[in-house]
Design a protein. Sequence first.
Length: 661
Amino acid sequence: MAPSPNSQPAIESILQEQRLFEPPADFAKDAAVSGADQYQTLYDKAAADPAAFWAELAEQELHWFKKWDTVLDWQPPFAKWFVGGKLNISYNCLDRHLTTHRRDKPALVWEGEPGDSRTLTYAELHGEVCQMANVLKDMGVAKGDRVGIYMPMIPEAAIAMLACARIGAAHTVVFGGFSSEALRDRLNDAEAKVVITADGGFRKDKAMPLKPAVDQALAGDAVPSVTNVLVVQRTKQAVDWTDGRDVWWHDVKPEASNDCPAEPMDSEDLLFILYTSGTTGKPKGVVHTTGGYNLYTHTTFQWAFDIKEDDVYWCTADVGWITGHSYIVYGPLSNGATSVMYEGAPRASNPGCFWDVVQKYKVTIFYTAPTAIRAFLKMGDQHPNARDLSSLRILGTVGEPINPEAWMWYHNVIGGEKCPIIDTWWQTETGGFMITPLPGAIATKPGSATKPFPGILADIVDAEGNPVPANEGGYLVIKHPWPSMMRTVYGDDARFRRTYWEHIPPKDGNYVYFAGDGARKDEDGYFWIMGRTDDVLNVSGHRLGTMEIESALVSHPAVAEAAVVGRKDELKGEDVFAFVILEGTHTASDELKVELKQHVVKEIGAIARPGEIRFAAGLPKTRSGKIIRRFLRNLASGEELVGDATTMEDQSVLEKLRTDG
Ligand code: WT7
């Protein structure tokens, strides 16, 4: 079966893209990796012996309490990196900088939504992390325990992550936009002992409560593992309080010592679990461990952003996603960089908000998502043009394929035609950048993530695992383990094996990692990502499983059956489109549509709210009862049906689906 990417803005224009942007000469001159030849030498060296390549970097770049015995133990599909080594990522992100000039360098620079701000130096951040670590210890959190983090974008979110890592507790950050039901499922799956949250946060000019969702998630002992909730005060909204369980951070902080030695962790000890959507079933807990993740996020951050001592780096993601984990917190801090954190988000009421932050902090490296770029493009050039963006030297993008129009706008209007753009392809599962330009080395083509990072053996194959010729579409795979690869699905090795390693049948014991994306490689070896080949949607760079949304809809009493597909959207890339069949006694109405949309928000969160619901009498199915999603996608986009309808069980169904009812 050929991959049929279901989320792709402007495939045609990407296929015809011919423009090439060389790294600017004065940029390349000072870059850590400079020129195509240097990249190729590095790449070839790494490819010849990936384990030796990573071992050399691990020795040079990280602090180890004890050196490893074995670099890589690969028992497909299970990898262990730096086996026997002992380190602590919080030590590497904080303590080791304190004996250098970085002690008083800003580590986190935070811009709050209502205009408040805060800067924490490495010394200050270290102190607060130790304090929170000590509070967690007092709550009985020990090495190996799991802690849920459900926070707005405030410094305490990063502090909480580092505090967990410091004492060897694994964190599981749940994006603040997820509902109480989604939070409950994740806390239960991870069997979290403590939840760290806030009264609320500011979102798009409004104070949004968070603590009530935690209360609802835990109500009636629904998450029996949780014994305490640590609450940061942010919005000063009134909150309900459960004595004995809930603790205000500002009550315990003054008493907590700012000294807490970092626990020496085994390289393969669990660092965090992050839940993400897949094709089937409930979200899976992606497991990342300590040593390999630390090394890989450290190195990719350093080389892909060509980090210099005075850089001011800003990634606009939320810490609730992998981007925030790897490239707001761990990668930047491990390198001793200054990382900007912003509580706000693009919105029509403040069309210059991003550019104000760039100007205010003289941001030099800016990393955001295509959906945000498209939103700002639409709001007009006058907003960025009215700000001083001359501090910028590198731009980055992540989350979905970037359409060349948005790329060119980013290049011209934001980058002033002088900033290399790094289009970074990676996933929650990969932990860090897999395919990305190194900005001083690789010429860019608008819409292409360009070439694999040194040490990453990426390829495009057909369903049997055979490489496909240049410019032919196929499945994106990785052929050798890398340090920050996910180790398993939390509590479900079989699902890990099935989802990622057996989709492409292993040949002669050679397992390849299946990313779930369709892609092609051009004649220059550049990768062009075409989007997911599975039933995963990419809405504004957020990953959503169609099955999850269908289950949410079907849990409403009026719904008998539901099928969810993606529909192209100018701003979001893709939008959720749901076909719904009602239970016998219920009748279709606009009110019911609103109610069902709200129901999905309650079950999952606002990011999953269907853009459109269409009531249907039946769904197109094959004779064996499988929903033909291809037809539904065509219908959702108002396109002609692609493919053969004769395998369908009931031909009359399609006509009825074109309109409600
Ligand atoms: C999926 C992973 C990695 C952080 C954000 C999303 C898509 C991601 C790109 C890119 C084209 C991209 C892929 C991938 N994706 N970056 N630069 N170009 N597509 O993480 O939620 O795990 O989603 O996002 O489809 O599989 P995620």
